[in-house]
Design a protein around this ligand. Structure first.
Ligand code: ADP
Length: 396
């Protein structure tokens, strides 16, 4: 079955066409600057990347161009739209309503809309993508795969904040967690690679990208995660501050004469390693380069990030009363061996010893701990699109 995987952001749309039997990516691409001007990149399997500037006032035009690219005579990979049997949509927030992926109906769309409050930038964009695909590719069955669903197994002691309980009852203020598709894929893949039952191991997944989160997966169930009501909580990230004393917000507002919503923009967009490096960069390649040339703030930002990761891994080992596997994934987790080494240096108390040679390998599924390490440490590249295609295939 050919499955189109769609990941809509507020001004972007990423897509992959995947053959669900062979799990081969037939074509992939990205629409950017939707609502501003518009640009499409498209790469068919085995072919060259193509780039076009196209007017994209809305996601509807973007999807029209995606269809054009997929079906064009020269570099298209399908003859007609009928070949797309299903569409898997990434949806950021499923609130407490969605504990797994679902076939999209009008009722499901209304429930996704009801979660808009919880993800005001993402869920409306996801719905626009769903509606545009429904209009333009009506024959394909559509499935919603939620970022939050995997974390819905967390117990109340993990997801409740220490706030008046009525806020949870009235507004559903609680920890939800994100990157669920990645945490689920990577933790399952870890068990598969080790040839052990998923429900027999305790695994901590470190999804370290520009957005970063960690999850504790206790015998097949997520029992805790670092992101919260929104993706701002937890680790120090590329531009997000992660955990801070909430009083900081009022303090900044008073000192800088800014509103709470302006302060939130600072915490989301100007903080993290970008903020700590005095605005140098949110990208770890830039930070590493600067640190190597003696920039103490870049070096300090990397150190704070690694400390933050190690501290949360330690807390999740306590949450599960032990850990069998620690897995690194996403841009930094897969590629940055210096970060991995620094994080693991903090964790020698768990009996971890690192195999430095294996740790130098990049972007591969690999064990980077030594055979006598008490906890196995692995790198497993994430593949959210494939995970979405699998969920979609299973439901349709
Ligand atoms: P997101 O999907 O959250 O935008 P990514 O998972 O792409 O983020 O991760 C971005 C981070 O990963 C950046 O800090 C970047 O430096 C790092 N990264 C990505 N690819 C590489 C690579 N090939 N080599 C080194 N670092 C990389």
């Amino acid at each position: 079955m050919k499955i189109l995987v769609i990941n809509c952001g507020s001004s972007s749309l990423k897509f992959q066409l995947i053959d669900s039997e062979s799990e081969e990516v037939l074509a992939k691409g990205l629409c950017e600057r939707i609502g501003i001007d518009g640009a499409l990149t498209y790469t068919p399997a085995g072919g060259e990347k193509e780039q076009y500037e196209k007017a994209m006032p809305t996601h509807s035009e973007a999807i029209t161009y995606v269809i054009e690219a997929l079906t064009n005579e020269k570099t298209g990979v399908i003859k007609s739209l009928d070949e797309i049997q299903a569409i898997g949509h990434r949806v950021v927030h499923g609130g407490e309503r969605f504990t797994s992926s679902v076939v999209i109906t009008d009722e499901v769309k209304a429930e996704i809309e009801a979660c808009n409050d919880l993800a005001p930038l993402h869920n409306p964009a996801n719905l626009i993508g769903i509606n545009a695909c429904e209009k333009l590719i009506p024959s394909a069955k559509a499935v919603a795969v939620f970022d939050t669903a995997f974390h819905q197994t967390m117990p109340p002691k993990a997801y409740l904040y220490g706030l008046p309980y009525e806020y949870y009852e009235k507004y559903r203020i609680r920890k939800y967690g994100f990157h669920g598709t990645s945490h689920s894929y990577v933790s399952k893949r870890c068990a598969e690679l080790l040839n052990v039952p998923y429900d027999s191991v305790k695994t901590i997944v470190c999804h370290l990208g520009n957005g970063a989160s960690i999850s504790a997966v206790d015998r097949g169930k997520c029992v805790d995660t670092t992101m919260g009501l929104t993706p701002l909580e937890g680790l120090i990230m590329g531009t997000r501050c992660g955990d801070i004393d909430p009083s900081v917000i009022e303090f900044i507002c008073n000192k800088e004469g800014i509103s709470p919503s302006e302060a939130m923009t600072v915490l989301n967009k100007k903080s993290g390693v970008l903020g700590l490096s005095k605005g140098l960069s949110s990208d770890f390649r830039d930070l590493q380069g600067a640190a190597d040339s003696g920039n103490e703030f870049a070096a300090g930002a990397i150190e704070s990030f690694c400390y933050s990761v190690a501290k949360h891994v330690g807390s999740f080992a306590a949450a599960m009363n032990g850990v069998d596997n620690i897995v690194f994934t996403a841009g930094i987790g897969e590629n940055n061996c210096i970060v991995r080494e620094k994080v693991l240096e903090y964790l020698t108390f768990l009996g971890i010893t690192i195999d430095k040679e294996a740790n130098a390998v990049r972007g591969e599924e690999i064990t980077i701990s030594t055979p006598d390490s008490l906890v196995r440490v692995m790198v497993i590249p994430t593949n959210e699109e494939l995970a979405i295609a699998r969920e979609t295939a299973a439901l349709v």
